[in-house]
Design a protein around this ligand. Structure first.
Ligand SMILES: Cc1cc2nc3c(=O)[nH]c(=O)nc-3n(C[C@H](O)[C@H](O)[C@H](O)COP(=O)(O)OP(=O)(O)OC[C@H]3O[C@@H](n4cnc5c(N)ncnc54)[C@H](O)[C@@H]3O)c2cc1C
Length: 497
């Protein structure tokens, strides 16, 4: 297939191709208030117990080095003030830091790729364990077709490594997201329908429990912990220092981008939702709707299909929605190329500010489709940016039971991601309130939300559904004082919010 995807730039905004982004502050999974706040820490603490290696501990006293050490992907959280950022090189150093934090009654927050939507991996008052210095190289085991990685390994590094062995993993679409946070919260992307969530591929992990005990988790050992690591969210039960995941064979994909007339958007969403369950799971298709800032909306569909099959899936989708696309572009790409293309062509997308949230829906009927369009249109009428990215949750996701892992959304059609890029003149407050309006608009259809798209004020039950009580019971058993912050406990939003 000829590579025509560059043509989308003028016709559909760049965001239509950048599939995901982020937001705000959160609520703990079964949180208790037993951890001392940052202000209770000594003003000039002695951090030597955490390591004396140059650069291994960075504190607010380190000025610009501290600002660099706290910076994560979402610039909304650039002003957060953790107690310190520690950079362990080994699992033993992680365990030592956890033990020190426990003695000092400091809460710990792990950082893998630093893409938390709510600044959880740079949270105010926490001791941040930045795992990017863990030094174990990526290792592929051909006999088990598994790959073992440190959690801070980026999706792009992992994908390019696996590609050399003709293997791949179902991952998300941002090259700099860490495999750690992605897997611990679920992990959705264009291979999800065929190969499942990233967390479904997790077969073993090394986990440091609060207090510093190191355990090996697998399907035969500490199975309960493996259950929690598969989609319960980062920090739910300790800090992971190594993950082993089952790979699948790498294959080239056709990516096809279709543009539809904006005034037919409700028909497109409704037709897509009825057609998707009939689509063979080797194919993937999602819909994006975005504000044109002038009262209208733009509508696009993205298809990923086995090489050679993209045009036929595009034809089927157009027939199912009953609307002729007014724009089509396509390319055939290898797995690295797919990841790069979905990120806008770069392995290092720049940090930026954004607000986002989500709803998980079991179905989308005509009323919900109309409600989705109306809420994006209202944002457009206000002259503001905003979009919804509608991604499938069916296919192989359903091959796992709803309570077989902590990820609860196994009988649902799609995730709706509400999402606003904040430019320097933009307002987080207005974006947050639009996202609240969007939740209201689809409340009748919503079952909950996706924990990797965590947002300010979201209650834990919204992300974990019927699996919440089991996860809280596990935290009570393994982390009764809530030493480790969960991924739903975020940072304080920027003053501009
Ligand atoms: C630009 C962008 C694109 C995205 N695209 C997708 C996508 O395509 N599909 C998708 O499913 N999601 C996507 N996401 C969401 C992403 O999966 C989550 O934000 C994820 O949690 C990020 O993981 P991280 O390791 O990069 O982030 P971090 O901020 O490092 O971690 C996220 C959370 O997990 C905790 N954590 C991290 N590492 C560990 C560990 N080793 N042990 C215990 N807890 C840990 C952190 O404390 C934090 O609470 C995207 C996010 C962004 C910003």
């Amino acid at each position: 297939m000829r590579d025509e995807l560059g043509r989308d730039r003028g016709r559909l905004s760049r965001r239509t191709f950048l599939r995901y982004s982020a937001v705000g502050t959160g609520v703990a999974v079964g949180a208790t208030a037993s951890i001392a706040p940052a202000s209770a820490a000594p003003s000039r603490p002695d951090w030597s117990a955490l390591g004396t290696r140059q650069g291994s501990v960075v504190t607010p006293a380190d000025g610009s080095r501290f600002a660099e050490a706290t910076a994560i992907f979402n610039t909304r959280y650039d002003s957060t003030v953790p107690v310190a950022v520690v950079r362990p090189r080994t699992t033993a150093e992680v365990a030592r830091a956890m033990a020190v934090a426990s003695r000092r009654r400091l809460s710990v927050s792990a950082r893998s790729g630093g893409h938390s939507y709510i600044g959880a991996s740079a949270a105010d008052g926490a001791l941040i364990l930045d795992l990017r210095s863990l030094s174990t190289p990526i290792a592929y085991d051909d006999s088990t077709q598994t790959v073992t990685v440190t959690p801070a390994t980026t999706l792009f590094a992992l994908q390019t490594f696996l590609h050399r062995s003709g293997r791949a993993l179902p991952v998300g679409t941002c090259p700099t997201v860490g495999i750690g946070g992605l897997t611990l919260g679920g992990g959705i992307g264009v291979d999800t329908r065929e190969h499942g969530l990233t967390c479904d591929r997790l077969v073993a992990a090394t986990l440091v429990l609060p207090g510093g005990r190191i355990v090996s988790v697998s399907e035969n050992r500490h199975r309960d912990l493996l259950w929690a690591l598969r989609g319960g969210g980062g920090g739910a039960v300790g800090v992971v220092t190594s993950m082993t995941l089952r790979t699948h064979g790498a294959a080239d994909r056709d990516l096809v981008l279709l543009g539809f007339p904006g005034d037919a958007t409700a028909e497109v969403i409704r037709g897509w939702a009825s057609w998707l369950p009939t689509l063979d799971i080797s194919n993937w298709a999602g819909v994006n709707v975005e504000s044109d800032r002038g009262g209208g909306v733009r509508c696009g569909a993205l298809i990923a299909a086995p090489a050679g099959g993209g045009s036929e899936v595009a034809r089927q989708l157009a027939a199912a929605v009953g609307v002729a696309p007014d724009f089509t572009a396509a390319a055939t790409l290898d797995p690295d190329g797919v990841l790069l293309r979905l990120a806008g062509g770069t392995p290092n997308p720049p940090r930026h500010g954004f607000a986002a949230g989500s709803d998980v829906v079991p179905t989308i009927d005509a009323e919900t489709a109309e409600a989705i369009v109306a809420v994006v249109r209202s944002r457009s009428a206000a002259g503001a940016a905003g979009s919804v990215i509608i991604d499938p949750l069916d296919g192989a996701v359903r091959s796992v039971g709803s309570s077989a892992s902590a990820f609860p959304w196994r009988r649902h059609l799609a995730v709706l991601q509400w999402f606003v890029d904040i430019d320097p003149s933009g307002s987080y407050g207005s974006a947050d309130s639009w996202i609240a309006d969007a939740h209201d608009a689809v409340r009748r259809a919503s079952a909950g939300a996706y924990i990797n798209y965590v947002e300010p004020g979201g209650t834990p039950g919204r992300y974990l559904g019927a699996n919440l009580s089991r996860l809280v019971a596990m935290r009570d058993a393994y982390d009764p004082t809530r030493l480790v912050r969960s991924s739903t406990e975020g940072a304080t939003a920027s003053p501009g919010a």
